[in-house]
Design a protein around this ligand. Structure first.
Ligand code: PEP
Length: 249
């Protein structure tokens, strides 16, 4: 079922003591919205975060994983490893992974398959670069990213997929897509899903917006009918700001 979700992507920030301090701050916040709340600490802090939030409704999710189950992949972490410490959701395809670690639609399709085979939920990220938008190519880019990484899936798989539209030009830049730009793209994404899988699937999938969402702009963005929440970078590193966004619904 379509849900409102706010997920904080901590990226490569926070050692153990900062993780513990931020989680302790998060636990003091009051939630007044019905959104599902997630945080994605770095690998080394997944277990302490999971332990600290065991009795809490905040879900601890991973920022990435490898597509193989195990083997000679130095430095990598598998879905099975994440599952073994209780992590049930993974972010895949973040633009920083695509840009700095050569992740492609093809390698992401394999990661999506591996996560789903392990009964994990996937937050699948995609979005156009500024150059694409400048020439009016944003819908084609987004459509291809979705098709190439996800359209081999059976319809049933989408109950474990959350989409995150993140225009690259808005990530960490302070620049946000306008609520109208976000709504237009989210509606386009839903129509792309509808064309392949039908209206029931398209209506059921949560589509998050990511790109400089802050306490002062979250309400307007989340008020759009096809925006079901946000993937939050910078503003997820302060408990008050993060919960101001969570409570913006
Ligand atoms: C992100 O990294 O997914 C993101 C949206 O970052 P920020 O909120 O800092 O733009």
């Amino acid at each position: 079922m379509r849900k409102n979700i706010v997920a904080g992507n901590w990226k490569m920030n926070n050692g153990l003591s900062q993780t513990q301090a931020l989680i302790s701050d998060l636990k003091k916040q009051e939630q007044t919205s019905d959104a599902e709340v997630m945080i994605a600490p770095s690998y080394t802090n997944l277990w302490p975060a999971f332990e600290a939030l065991r009795k809490d409704t905040i879900e601890v999710v991973a920022q990435n994983m490898h597509f193989a189950e195990d083997g000679a992949y130095t430095g990598e972490v598998s879905a099975g490893m994440l599952k073994s410490i209780g992590v049930k959701t993974v972010i895949l395809g973040h633009s920083e992974r695509r840009a700095y670690f050569n992740e492609t639609d093809a390698s992401l399709a394999k990661k999506v398959d591996a996560a789903l085979a392990n009964n994990m939920r996937v937050i699948f990220c995609f979005g156009e670069e500024l150059a694409d938008r400048k020439v009016g190519n944003e819908e084609t880019v987004v459509e291809n990213q979705i098709k190439n990484a996800l359209f081999h899936l059976e319809a049933d798989a989408f109950k474990n997929i959350v989409l995150a539209y993140e225009p690259v030009w808005a990530i960490g830049t302070g620049e946000t897509a306008s609520p109208e730009q976000a709504q237009d793209m989210h509606a386009f994404i839903r129509s792309t899903l509808d064309a392949k899988y039908g209206a029931a699937i398209a209506e059921d999938v949560s589509i998050l917006y990511g790109g400089s969402v802050k306490p002062n702009n979250a309400k307007e963005i989340f008020s759009k009918p096809d925006v079901d929440g946000g993937l939050i970078g910078g503003a997820s590193l302060k408990a008050e700001d993060f919960f101001a966004i969570v409570n913006a619904f």
